[in-house]
Design a protein around this ligand. Structure first.
Ligand code: FAD
Length: 295
C-alpha cells in the first residue's frame, strides 16, 4: 500500500488527482477502524495531517469557515457561540480521544446516516456549503445535495473537502441524540433543530433514521407558517401544545428508519417525535427569554 504524505494543500490536491483511488485520512477514527476490520484495502492512503489549513477556522461575523480537520474538541471549546448546534452534537461524539482526533470533514467523508454532525449541519440552514476542491477548482456543495446514499456523498474521485461554510447562528439551536448508553455510542437516532429568526425560518436534521441524513421539510414549513401567521416571532408567546405535537408528528413522518441491532424502526419514529417536541420547546423558551431581555 502506498502512503502519500503531502505537506501542503496544493500537494494534497495534486496527489489526489494523480491517485484518485487513494483514501484520504484525517483523524483516522473511521479509516483505521475500517482498515482493521478489512473493510478497505485501498491501494494508497493520502494522509492530510500535515496540511495545517485544514485545522483552521475563521468567522467573518456571518459565516464560519470550518476547516475539514478542526477536531470536535476545538469545535466545543472555540465555536459553541457561533455554532451552538454543531458544538452540542460534537459533545456527543465518541470519547475525549475520538473528539481530539475526529472532525466534521471525516464525518462528511464517511457520510454515515448516523454521523452526529449531519443533523446539526442540516438544521443550521440551506446555506451550509461543503467546500470541495480538486486541481480543477473549488465547488461549493449545498448540504442538502451532499448526501446521496447510505455512506455515500457526492464528492468526485479527485476531490477533497477543504472546509464547511456554516452561517453564524441567529437564534437558539439544539441537538438531541438517543443511544443505548450515555457515551461512546452510535446514535439510535438523532435530531438537530435551529430557529432562524432573521429569515423567519426553522431548520431540522434527522440522523440515523433514513438512508441518508435528511431534513423534515414539511415540519419546517408547518412551523415557519405558524410562527409567521400568528406573529409569534414578534410576540414570543407560548407555542401551544397542539403546535408542538403537530411538529413532532411531522418530523416522525419524515423519517424512514429500519430495524437494526440498535433499535427498531417504530422506536426510532417514536423517539424522533419526542426529540422534536423537546428541542422545539427548549429553543422556543430560549428565544422567548432573548426577546424579553432585548425589550
Ligand atoms: C470509538 C469510536 C466512537 C465513535 N463515535 C462516534 C459518534 O458518537 N458520532 C459520530 O458521528 N461518529 C463517531 N465515530 C466515527 C468517527 O469518529 C467520526 O465519523 C469522525 O468525524 C471521523 O473523522 P476523522 O477525521 O477521524 O475521519 P477519518 O477516519 O480520517 O476519515 C473518515 C472518512 O472521511 C474521508 N475523509 C477524511 N478527510 C477528508 C477530506 N478532507 N476530504 C475528503 N474525504 C475525507 C476518509 O477518506 C474516510 O472515508 C466514532 C469512531 C470511533 C472509533
Amino acid at each position: 500500500m502506498e502512503f502519500l504524505r503531502p505537506a501542503t494543500w496544493d500537494e494534497a490536491l495534486a496527489a489526489k488527482a494523480e491517485h484518485p483511488t487513494a483514501l484520504p485520512i484525517s483523524g483516522g477514527t473511521d479509516v483505521m477502524v475500517e482498515m482493521n476490520f478489512d473493510v478497505h484495502r485501498p491501494p494508497a492512503i493520502l494522509d492530510l495531517n500535515r496540511v495545517t489549513e485544514l485545522t483552521e477556522w475563521s468567522n467573518d461575523g456571518e459565516v464560519v469557515r470550518l476547516g475539514a480537520a478542526v477536531p470536535y474538541s476545538r469545535i466545543i471549546d472555540e465555536l459553541s457561540g457561533p455554532l451552538p448546534g454543531l458544538a452540542l452534537a460534537a459533545h456527543t461524539v465518541g470519547s475525549p480521544q475520538i473528539r481530539n482526533r475526529g472532525g466534521v470533514g471525516g464525518n462528511l467523508g464517511a457520510a454515515s446516516p448516523a454521523g452526529d454532525s449531519h443533523p446539526a449541519l442540516l438544521a443550521a440552514g440551506r446555506d451550509v456549503l461543503v467546500e470541495a476542491a480538486s486541481v480543477r477548482g473549488t465547488r461549493l456543495i449545498p448540504i442538502d445535495d451532499f448526501y446521496v446514499g447510505v455512506k455515500r456523498n457526492c464528492l468526485e474521485p479527485d476531490e477533497l473537502i477543504r472546509a464547511v461554510r456554516i452561517p453564524v447562528a441567529d437564534g437558539p439551536q439544539q441537538f438531541s441524540k438517543i443511544g443505548t448508553r450515555n457515551a461512546m455510542v452510535i446514535a439510535v437516532c438523532a435530531f438537530g433543530f435551529a430557529l432562524h429568526p432573521r429569515t423567519g425560518t426553522v431548520g431540522t436534521g434527522i440522523g440515523s433514521a433514513a438512508p441518508t441524513p435528511r431534513r423534515a421539510v414539511e415540519a419546517e414549513e408547518y412551523l415557519r407558517d405558524v410562527l409567521a401567521g400568528r406573529g409569534l416571532w414578534e410576540s414570543g408567546e407560548l407555542l401551544g401544545a397542539e403546535v408542538v405535537q403537530r411538529f413532532g408528528e411531522l418530523v416522525k413522518a419524515a423519517a424512514s428508519p429500519i430495524d437494526d441491532v440498535r433499535g427498531t424502526a417504530d422506536y426510532r419514529r417514536h423517539a424522533l417525535a419526542v426529540m422534536a417536541r423537546r428541542t422545539l420547546t427548549w429553543t422556543w423558551n430560549d428565544y422567548r427569554k432573548q426577546i424579553r431581555s432585548a425589550a
